[in-house]
Write a protein that binds this ligand. Sequence first.
Ligand SMILES: [Zn+2]
Length: 133
Amino acid sequence: MGKQHFLPAKLGIEFKTIKAMVKIYCRAHHNSSKESAPCADCREFIDYANEKLDRCPYGQNKPTCNKCPIHCYKKEQREQAGKIMRYAGPRMLLRHPVLAVKHLLAEKAPVPESYASKSSNRHLRKSEGREKS
Ligand SMILES: [Zn+2]
């Protein structure tokens, strides 16, 4: 796994959900086992998602990616995300019911009309001096 930023609270739960979905998808599509999943490609995708969550301008008020008006993923990763979500989404309820329910509730929340400037996790991380890079 590459360098990942620590994501607290809601962003952290979202990241955990993405990781769980990628593992489900990877095991079914990339010949990986419970121990070896996620494979190198999927790990790269997880790092990408981590970076995007860290930079999300909504910060902790982030809507679910599905409803978000900002399309921050590049085309290739967006297609990959779509495939992963379609496959793993329905399977999440059985494997990770708590995360799945949290995500379903988050899907129902209204999308914030705007976001405050400098509220991304990345900005807070730097301004609080939690991390220097
Ligand atoms: Zn994989």
